[in-house]
Design a protein around this ligand. Structure first.
Ligand code: AMP
Length: 547
């Protein structure tokens, strides 16, 4: 028997209509070109969105067509998100930090019809243009006076494109399973793979993101989105904020500039912010150096890579900011787990609280998780046993977009293999111990590179640390610890090993410590382990040849 409720489709269009009607005066603050601040309201942005939707039709774009973006977090990118998805096209966010060859591959694989690009990427597009097959032209996100000079034959500017368009647009009644957005994951092997979100998954995911024990977004919030709109939908903020009418602060290309982030926190009275650990590490260093404070910031979400304990403690203890750890993936829209205190966790002795808070978090309703051994048998939630982490749910990718190669991640029984290794404790808190390919197998036991990195990062003279496996004749692999020292530090191998000794099992202690100038990062701000392995993966270990 069917229920008798109205069967309205869950569409991104509904968020737009709702915010337009209920929160017309709520502000979107954007940093443009790295310095100037632009202000508009949701009503302004959605009026321009309707003009843009008309412009997309004049460009000949049809339902299902892909529109590429190479853009930062700002109001124009926000408008494209909505104009593309709500008119039935697909907003394909391209990560400009990827290698140019990867960008070319992604644009052509997605068959992007037009590219909306920040003028900053003019040279990049100019050089790629002769190789690109699918796009008809480029629309630069600027006005007629600031269009960069390129050899690209069809170039338009965004402001002229929408200027003459009608302010009304008849949004189509889409099926909620229609594709709304596309984002490629930069896998370390093979080509990047496309994750094709739909309207339904986007709406359900945005609801979940707003829940009190998740990001807890509320109308009174001013949210500084330091997660890029070109990576996994900026963790849903462009949907979740308008859903509740939260004020948005979009930092544009200044995302990596800690002084600018501190300025925005101050001037805009930011209450909540989200980003990857590298961003927060540089903000912390800046705040300490400058003696400034993070304005009225109440809470910070750290995800995308493991949050170092020292980072969490510094923001909590020094600045009174609540730090929440979270884990997810592009394939999960991206929300997987979120760390908020539960009754069970709070009833534990206080000295155990930090150990719980540093875990990645608990499953959010909508994501089912399990850990399994190599035979796919489910492992216990005892907080000790680690296994391959698998997930499923309505906002988890069901298959990749037109894959070039067989896809081992999607399993026959409907689960998705995340490629992460994790423990889950009896309270349901999941902790990532490693990426499956980063784990160090020593004498048949697993050493967590994340565990070692976290412990090392706690040392006040360490700016950043990474651990990789190096082959060893007796143990098969042993950990090599790579450290970037803080400026002026003379930290030695012996000191850091003594520091680690009480924190990790003896056999985890790194075989060798190398002090390096810089740790490379991927286009999404994670430690580039593949590159580190290429550079240091054969580093001779002391005593290894005689074992
Ligand atoms: P991406 O799809 O580029 O966002 O990458 C997803 C991957 O980032 C996950 O599979 C994890 O390996 C890693 N990741 C994301 N969040 C965390 C976290 N909080 N701690 C550790 N690893 C994380």
């Amino acid at each position: 028997m069917h229920g008798l409720m109205m069967g309205d489709q869950l569409l991104v269009t509904n968020i737009m209509r709702f915010a337009d009607r209920n929160f017309p005066d709520t502000e979107i603050v954007s940093v443009i070109g790295g310095h100037s601040v632009h202000r508009c309201t949701y009503a302004d942005a959605f009026k321009r969105t309707r003009r843009l939707a008309n412009a997309l039709r004049t460009l000949g774009l049809q339902e299902g067509d892909r529109i590429g973006t190479l853009a930062w977090n700002d109001f124009r990118h926000f408008e494209i998100y909505y104009a593309a998805s709500c008119s039935g096209a697909v907003c394909h966010t391209v990560n400009p930090r990827l290698f140019p060859e990867q960008i070319a591959y992604i644009v052509d694989h997605a068959q992007d019809q037009w590219i909306f690009a920040d003028p900053m990427f003019a040279d990049l597009l100019d050089s790629l243009w002769p190789t690109l097959q699918s796009p008809q032209g480029v629309i630069f996100l600027t006005d007629a006076d600031h269009v960069p000079d390129t050899g690209i034959p069809r170039v338009l500017d965004y402001e002229s494109l929408i200027a003459e368009q009608d302010e009304q647009f008849d949004w189509p009644d889409l099926d909620e399973r229609s594709a709304s957005a596309l984002c490629y994951t930069s896998g370390t092997t093979g080509h990047p793979k496309g994750v094709l979100y739909d309207h339904r998954s986007t709406i359900i995911h945005a609801y979940a993101a707003c829940m009190p024990d998740v990001m807890g977004l509320a109308n009174r919030d001013t949210v500084l989105a330091v997660v890029p709109m070109f990576h996994a939908n900026a963790w849903s903020l462009p949907y979740a904020c308008p859903m509740v009418g939260a004020r948005m602060v979009l930092p544009g290309p200044a995302m990596g500039d800690p002084a600018m982030l501190a300025d925005l926190m101050d001037s805009e009275s930011v209450t909540a912010t989200m980003g990857v650990p590298t961003v927060w590490l540089s903000l912390l260093a800046y705040l300490r150096e400058s003696g400034r404070r993070p304005g009225d910031l109440e809470r910070m979400v750290v995800g995308g890579a493991a949050c170092p304990r020292s980072l969490m403690e510094a923001f909590q203890d020094e600045y009174g900011v609540r730090v929440h750890h979270s884990w997810g993936m592009t394939e999960m829209s991206p929300l997987g787990v979120f760390n908020s205190p539960t009754r069970g966790a709070l009833s534990l002795p206080p000295e155990q609280h930090p150990d719980i808070r540093i875990k990645q978090g608990r499953g959010v309703f909508g994501v089912e998780m399990r850990i399994v051994d190599e035979n796919s048998d489910e492992l216990p939630w005892d907080g000790v046993t680690s296994g391959a982490l698998q997930v499923r749910g309505p906002w988890v990718c069901g298959e990749y977009f037109q894959p070039d190669e067989p896809d081992p991640a999607h399993l026959e029984d409907g689960w998705f293999d995340t490629g992460d290794v994790a423990t889950i404790d009896r309270l349901g808190f999941m902790q990532i111990t490693d990426r499956a390919k980063d784990v160090i197998k020593s004498g048949g036991e697993w050493i967590s590179s994340i565990g070692l990195e976290n412990a090392t990062m706690g040392h006040p003279e360490v700016a950043e640390a990474a651990v990789i496996a190096v082959p060893h004749p007796k143990w098969s692999e042993r950990p090599l610890l790579l450290i970037v020292r803080r400026e002026g530090s003379e930290l030695s191998r012996e000191t850091i090993l003594q520091w680690l000794e009480p924190m990790v099992a003896r056999w985890w202690l790194p075989e060798e410590v190398l002090f390096i100038d810089e740790i490379p990062h991927t286009a999404t701000g994670k430690i580039a382990k593949t590159e580190l392995r290429q550079r240091y993966g054969r580093h001779p270990l002391p005593g290894a040849s005689t074992e």
